[in-house]
Design a binder for this molecule. Sequence first.
Ligand code: AHM
Ligand code: MG
Length: 341
Amino acid sequence: MDKIRFMTLGRHIYEQERKYPEATGELSDLLHDLSLAAKVISLEVNKAGLVDILGFTGDHNVHGENVKKLDVFAHEMMIKAMDHGGHLCVMASEEDEDIIHIPEAFNIGKYVLLFDPLDGSSNIDANVSIGTIFSIYRRVSPDNGPGTMEDCLQPGKNQVAAGYIIYGSSTIFVYTAGNGVHGFTLDPSFGEFILSHKNIKTPKKGNIYSINEGNYLYWHPGLKKYIKWLQEEDKESERPYSSRYIGSMVSDIHRNMLYGGIFMYPADSRSPHGKLRLMYECNPMAFIIEQAGGRASDGITRMLEIQPKTLHQKTPIFIGCEEDVLMVEKFMREYDVLKVE
Ligand code: AHM
Ligand code: MG
């Protein structure tokens, strides 16, 4: 096994940036600010069992779902850490209905930040891994004023960087700036993210599938067929696959990316657009998985090609090893899966 050099996240970002003489260092500063937010959120998540922070706030987010205190904390922390660095023109969060304006003195930066502050939050009370997801674009509006909705509504293929932080058995920061996927584990003793997963590549084909099978009744017959096919015995194609579902997208996709597998949140007869959000969840994870050699789509269209219409739009998602996603797409075409009856 290759020995990994002792490398902090900060130094890695700096070294990546030095490969591009035209780089101004703004993206590096942005990623550095994000890592700071991640450390503070990680600390708070780790304290969740000790302080009286669990439970509902009584508020609902823009999707009408219950919001827990840690979601609110993570959302506010992200804004605090990011809104005065001078590199952003606008932000948007899964927890806020509208775009988030940057204070006037700092709002002419060239980047746009979209984030899900704490994904998988239904797992908080059970001490199960949750995560923060982020996505960075270059602004498209004139650079002498604040950012706009247009800056936020860009297709995923325009992302310049994306990443996630998992608060699990350890805290890990995974990012891509279009040059491979790199993972850094937080050393809690001295508070630094250290390179632990160099240039992550997902296998071409896996043997794990992740989907909420409780929704089986509502699936299209074609999807039912695909899942049953995964459960059949066939040595050559390593079937039956193992089923693994945490209910925390970041953790499910992270595990599958490392071990090999496919994660699915399809459309069904109750949720014709699926559950997960294109801008905060699906696009950043799709960018990362493609950089790791995998594939992501809505069953028909490559995720990163979808032109968003609204900030909080949902999409079905099939993401993971290339051959597995190709196979589910084949079942989709054959059985016209997206036409939910
Ligand atoms: P959240 O953004 O409210 O936390 O919801 C997103 C989460 C994903 O992390 C996970 O994959 C999915 O919801 C699980 O949904 P379900 O409980 O329907 O299986
Ligand atoms: Mg979420």
